[in-house]
Each structure stands twice: as C-alpha cells, then as structure tokens.
Design a protein around this ligand. Structure first.
Ligand SMILES: Cc1cc2nc3c(=O)[nH]c(=O)nc-3n(C[C@H](O)[C@H](O)[C@H](O)COP(=O)(O)O)c2cc1C
Length: 350
C-alpha cells in the first residue's frame, strides 16, 4: 500500500514532499485524542522493548534520527507514530538558511538519500521555545551543531550557547561534529579539537539545568579512521560522557547500485540508508570493543529492517535510530520495526 503511495510521493521533489508530509503528519496529530489513539495503535506495547537509559525511560529502542525535525515542529507527532523517542535538530546558536536548493536527493535503486542541507534551522532559541511549550509522549533528544558563519576558533562559544538554551529542556543532548555539509565541522572530531567543545558543553549543562544531570553524547562520522574512532571513545570515557551516536552520513560513494551519472548529478553531500549499513555497524563494533558498556551506544546508519536493528543491539547498541528507513518505509514503519524487534528480543531472551 505504502509502496504505491511512495511512487506518487516520489514524483514530487524530495524537499517539497518532506515539508508536505511533515505538515500532514503534524496535522493528523494536533488533536490530543487522535494522538492518544494513534499511540495505542502504533506505539511500542511489548514491555520487552522498554528500557531506562542514562536515567531516561524509553518505551521502545527505535527513535527518529536527527535532521528530520530540525526545529522541533513535530514534538507531539513522533510518539503518536510509534517511535520510542525522537532526536530533534541539528540546531545552531544562530538561525541560518542552510545551503541553496536543490540539496536533497533520492537514490531509489539503493533506497538511499543524499543531502547537503547544511543545518537549515531557526536557531537554538526558537527550539527552546518549542520544547518549553509541549509535553511530548516520548523522550526528546536535542542535537546541536556549529553555526556556519562562526569561525572554527569560536566553535566552543557557539556550542556552549546552544547547550545553555536547549540543554535544560532536552532528554539528552548530542554534540554533532560529523555533518559533512558545514565546512570544517568534521575537523572538530580530532580529540584535541573536540575536548574543549565537550568540556564547555558539559559545564554549560551542569550550570543551567537546575540540578538535573543532562546526558551528553557525541555523534561521529562513519568516515573516521579506526584510530580516530578509538580516540573519540577514549576521550568520551575520559570526560565522563554518557555515550556516542554512530553514525552520521558518509561522503563515500562506494558500492552504489544507482547509475553513476545520477549519483554524480546529485553532487556533494552525505549519503544515508543501506549503503551506510556495513561501515556504521563496523564503527559501532569498534566502539563497543573499546568502551564496552561504559558508554551508551546509539546506532544509526542504514537501519531499515527489524534484523538490522536487532543486529545493532546485539553489537552493543542500547538504542537505534533512523531517518532514511522511515522515508522509504512510511508512517507504519516504526510500528513494524518495533513489532519485529520485540519478536527477536523475546526469542533472544528465551
Ligand atoms: C536529509 C537529512 C538530513 C539530516 N540532517 C541531520 C542533522 O541535521 N543532524 C544530524 O546529526 N544528522 C543529520 N542527518 C543524519 C541522520 O541523522 C543519520 O545519522 C543518517 O542519515 C544515517 O541514518 P539513516 O541511514 O537511517 O538515514 C540527516 C540525514 C538526512 C537524510
């Protein structure tokens, strides 16, 4: 059924259809009664799916990954659609328009997306207002990045400003240093550059959250060399971070089934979906080998079936999240994923 709908939706340019579908989903979930009904129909119901992670109760392990709802316009929508949590953002300290369109592309032969959105967002202050206004049914993580116009030398100030604004309202906070679409951002993954950012954000959270300890994570790229993955894990442990999200999109174009001309025409940007699966899993395994259970690992990258999600959980992830799988899977996808995962978890437990 959704396959047919998807063929129609895919006739419309990707960013326009994203805006339209998002508005539709929000519309359907504006009424509290509709939200409650949908949540009953679509929400994770099997208690085996629920867990408490860094002190936060998650009704299910599958969340919506960052980037879909950058400004927190759908805070009440994601729980109603059956997600166990959502990560909003990336927001930056200052509002910014992002890159010129077109900046989002589909590669249907790979069930992949390619984007160079460039953190289009209304700023951390505007997101803080949304977060303060609503009481979502599920945990809401917030992902922060650097404003493009902020000099690399001032990155600490930029991240700190965002952390102060949104940290106190977030179920957990993510420092994103892994988008390929802000020039120089990924250089901040080097341990000596990352450390001052994380130290400043931790301090800002501790000073502004009124005694609540806001869990802090860092999100990394799949394109890091293995030694750099280890270095981020060591730094996270040294600084007492709560966890790592692995991974963001890749700049690699290796192994695609899509016609080379189609890929070239899309141009620069981050690739997401199944082509990312193997490397994201490898990074996760490496982090788990390095840090064991001392860090919470959240897996993202090419998760589109319950088997994918189950494989990540068995490889050391505590939670999983996805963007591209939801686009290709449709509105009932979170429910299918949680149902399939519950069966595997029960079988795994017995
Ligand atoms: C259009 C688009 C926009 C994205 N924007 C962000 C973002 O703002 N911040 C971020 O941390 N990740 C962003 N991502 C990356 C996703 O959160 C996720 O890490 C990545 O897509 C891999 O997961 P997937 O294969 O399930 O899509 C974006 C992905 C897509 C496709």
């Amino acid at each position: 059924m959704y396959r047919l709908t998807r063929r129609l939706l895919f006739l419309v340019p990707p960013e326009r259809i994203h805006t339209l579908v998002f508005a539709l989903l929000r519309g359907v979930t504006t009424v509290a009664l509709a939200r409650r009904l949908l949540r009953r129909l679509l929400g994770p119901s099997d208690p085996v799916l629920a867990s408490t992670v860094f002190g936060v109760r998650f009704p299910g392990p599958l969340g919506l990954a960052a980037g879909f709802d950058k400004d927190g316009m759908g805070l009440l929508t994601w729980g109603a659609l059956g997600f166990g949590y959502a990560e909003v953002g990336t927001v930056t300290a200052h509002p910014q328009p992002g890159n010129p369109a077109p900046r989002l592309f589909r590669l249907p032969a790979d069930r992949a997306l390619l984007n160079r959105m460039g953190f289009n967002n209304q700023g951390a202050g505007a997101l803080a207002i949304q977060l303060a206004r609503h009481r979502p049914q599920v945990p809401i993580g917030v992902n922060i990045g650097k404003t493009k116009a902020t000099l690399a030398a001032d990155a600490v100030t930029d991240y700190r400003a965002s952390a102060r604004l949104v940290g106190p309202l977030a179920s957990y906070l993510v420092v994103n240093v892994s988008s390929p679409n802000t020039p120089g951002l990924r250089d901040l993954q080097a341990a000596d550059r990352l450390k001052p950012v994380l130290v400043a954000v931790r301090a800002a959270l501790d000073a502004s959250a009124g005694g609540r300890r806001v869990p802090l994570l860092v999100k990394i790229a799949p394109d890091l060399a293995d030694a750099d993955v280890d270095a981020v894990a060591d730094l996270a442990l040294e600084l007492g971070l709560d966890g790592i999200i692995a991974t963001n999109t890749t700049t690699s174009r290796a192994g695609l089934a899509s016609p080379a001309a189609e890929v070239a025409a899309a141009g620069a940007g981050g690739l997401s979906g199944p082509p990312l699966r193997a490397r994201s899993l490898a990074v996760l395994r490496r982090l788990h080998a390095r840090a064991g259970d001392r860090l919470v690992l959240i897996a993202a990258g090419g998760i589109e079936t319950p088997d994918d999600a189950w494989e990540r959980l068995r490889a050391g992830a505590t939670l999983v999240q996805a963007y591209t799988g939801f686009v290709y899977g449709g509105p009932l996808w979170p429910r299918r994923m949680h149902a399939g995962l519950a069966r595997r978890m029960r079988a795994g437990l017995s």
